[in-house]
Design a protein. Sequence first.
Length: 195
Amino acid sequence: MEISRRGFLSMSGAIGSGVALSTLGLDLTALKAHAAEVTKMDRLRTAKQTTTICCYCSVGCGLICSTDKLTGKIFNIEGDPDHPINEGSLCSKGAGLFGLTEANEHRLRKVHYRAPKSDKWEEKDWDWTLKRIARLVKDARDKDFITRNAKDQEVNRVETIGHLGTSNINNEECWLLSMSCRAMGLVYIDHQARV
């Protein structure tokens, strides 16, 4: 019988955990009965598996996302053992990608706004939020746009707005954001993946 590396690691972990818990004198009968009915390996076998690439840096590690066919929700993300770059291994950021899915109960789903000098957060809708951001950027550009510096050189920039990009986007999206920021005259542009 041939077994994959993923299957071997899963089986080793289950056996090791069972041995460790059984030496503590715990009764695992109910847990074993439940595990016999629904195991993660059974869910993985029936799941739709999709390959993708980790978004955190430019290495491009391969991932396998397992999606439940009935609910359409991701329930497992792991390294792709067939990927030539990472061969199934992931760094801590890549291994934590599952926390970015909707399975994370602490993920913010609504816009929270706190007015200046207020101590209370208010829920706002996206239309209000995007209009407010656009208005604040336009006002800052109208007020603080610098066309020439002290040496009378043409600079066309805004120094009162900065942009910090996320590491949860790919290189193409990062390029698009950088070019958009530069087109608005921003000079203080940074990216989290660089840090």
